[in-house]
Design a protein around this ligand. Structure first.
Ligand code: SF4
Ligand code: SF4
Length: 401
């Protein structure tokens, strides 16, 4: 999509080729969903002038496979999210939607309580065992992501770094901060090895992705405005913002300006990089530190949908193969099915597992040493569906320095 095209008008470009339908994992999983062509561009063509809402819009997971498949540049998934936002102007959210959209707020609250993370983790275990999740509208079959004993933002000051002229700001996103701080630590180790000091900015909010997919549009806009102002501030200082979370990088780089269409959002996007995208740029400039311990390990790589639609290739696979000598095989099994908080809903759990089934079977073949994936919720889904726990590729690279 060009910088000047509003997402809502891209529906006019639809050729009715049905490529988006053929590539929609939800449509393949259930017959009730009428699919991206009808739900996205058909409503987009109305330019939101109609009051009616397509009833099956709720099935869209915002995986963005349709956007990648569209030959006309229709912002299909964004049209869906804009229409969903319209729906929630006149319809109440459920308790489950409220909880799933506000993970950042819950995390902050829990950290204020004595032994908050421990109590929350025990509470989630009991909640699952007693069937409370199901009653709340959450998928009782799943474990909710456990809180780490110490969030990344509290670990960060303990990390010894050498101050250098080269700096990046780490945007951890909620999941790495609250649940997998070891990914943030691995990122710092890799960047330090490449001569960069890593800063954090505690004024950043959650990127807003969980809010967008659950129809909390005004709140998502507030997050976008705050984060964009922070990114532009760093840009003025010549310091890039880098994130190891592919859904966060997609949100900051592409979804803000597609959803809200502000000039500042386009400008901020030029200062945001996915972690391995940034490392690949260093490699292209001859600035990548290749003093790494090689490995003969074989990695099965699940490429997140939200990385695929950034059109930056597979920088993690390239770096692990070219500099570590690792064998990286893409799982090539489509969407994992979880799509952020989608698979955590009770009414979407079965769809989510059906979509992920091919990937789970691939992982269960166990013809590799480790599974890797850049997305936190993809890693959760793979673990849940196959019993095998994946790691972020930055953890592999950090171990080699
Ligand atoms: S975003 Fe994903 S689930 Fe939604 S219409 Fe597009 S392909 Fe289907
Ligand atoms: S892929 Fe694009 S052009 Fe084809 S039907 Fe879907 S939205 Fe229309």
């Amino acid at each position: 999509m060009s910088d000047t095209t509003k997402a809502i008008f891209t529906g006019d470009r639809c050729l009715s080729c049905t490529s988006c339908m053929a590539n929609c994992p939800v449509m393949a999983a259930i017959k009730d969903y009428r699919g991206p062509k009808l739900v996205g561009p058909a409503h987009g063509r109305m330019h939101f002038s109609q009051e009616d809402i397509e009833a099956t819009l709720e099935y869209c997971s915002n995986c963005k496979s349709c956007d990648r498949a569209c030959p006309s540049g229709v912002a299909v998934s964004t049209l869906n999210m804009l229409k969903r936002a319209e729906y929630y102007k006149t319809h109440p959210h459920t308790k489950a939607e409220d909880m799933l959209a506000h993970g950042e707020d819950m995390g902050k609250l829990i950290r204020k309580l004595p032994f908050g993370a421990l109590c929350a983790n025990l509470g989630m275990d009991f909640g699952k065992a007693l069937g409370i999740f199901n009653k709340l509208g959450l998928a009782g079959e799943r474990n909710m992501p456990a809180y780490a004993s110490t969030p990344f933002k509290d670990l960060y000051p303990r990390i010894k770094q050498t101050a250098t002229g080269k700096k990046v700001v780490l945007f951890t996103g909620c999941y790495i901060n609250q649940n997998e701080p070891q990914v943030g630590e691995a990122f710092v180790k890799v960047m330090n090895a490449n001569g960069y000091e890593v800063l954090i900015d505690e004024q950043f909010n959650c990127c807003g992705s969980p809010l967008v997919v659950t129809g909390y549009f005004d709140e998502a806009r507030q997050h976008a405005d705050n984060n964009v102002a922070r990114i532009l501030d760093w840009k003025r200082q010549g310091i890039p913002v880098v994130t190891p979370c592919t859904s966060c990088s997609l949100m900051l780089k592409e979804e803000y300006h597609e959803l809200f269409d502000e000039h500042d959002m386009h400008e901020a996007a030029t200062n945001v990089y996915d972690a391995f995208e940034f490392l690949e740029i260093l490699q292209e400039r001859g600035q990548f530190n290749d003093n790494l311990t090689p490995t003969a390990q074989k990695y099965l790589y699940h490429v997140p949908c939200h990385l695929k639609c950034q059109a930056i290739g597979l920088p993690a696979a390239n770096i692990l193969e070219d500099y570590l000598g690792a064998k990286v095989q893409t799982a090539d099994a489509g969407c994992c099915g979880i799509s952020g908080n989608y698979g955590f809903r009770k009414d979407k759990y079965d769809i989510s597992m059906k979509i992920g089934a091919k990937l789970f079977e691939r992982v269960k073949q166990k013809d590799f040493d480790k599974v890797i994936s850049d997305c936190g919720t993809c890693r959760m889904q793979i673990h849940h569906g196959s019993g095998i726990k994946p790691v972020h590729p930055i953890e592999i690279l950090a171990q080699a320095y």
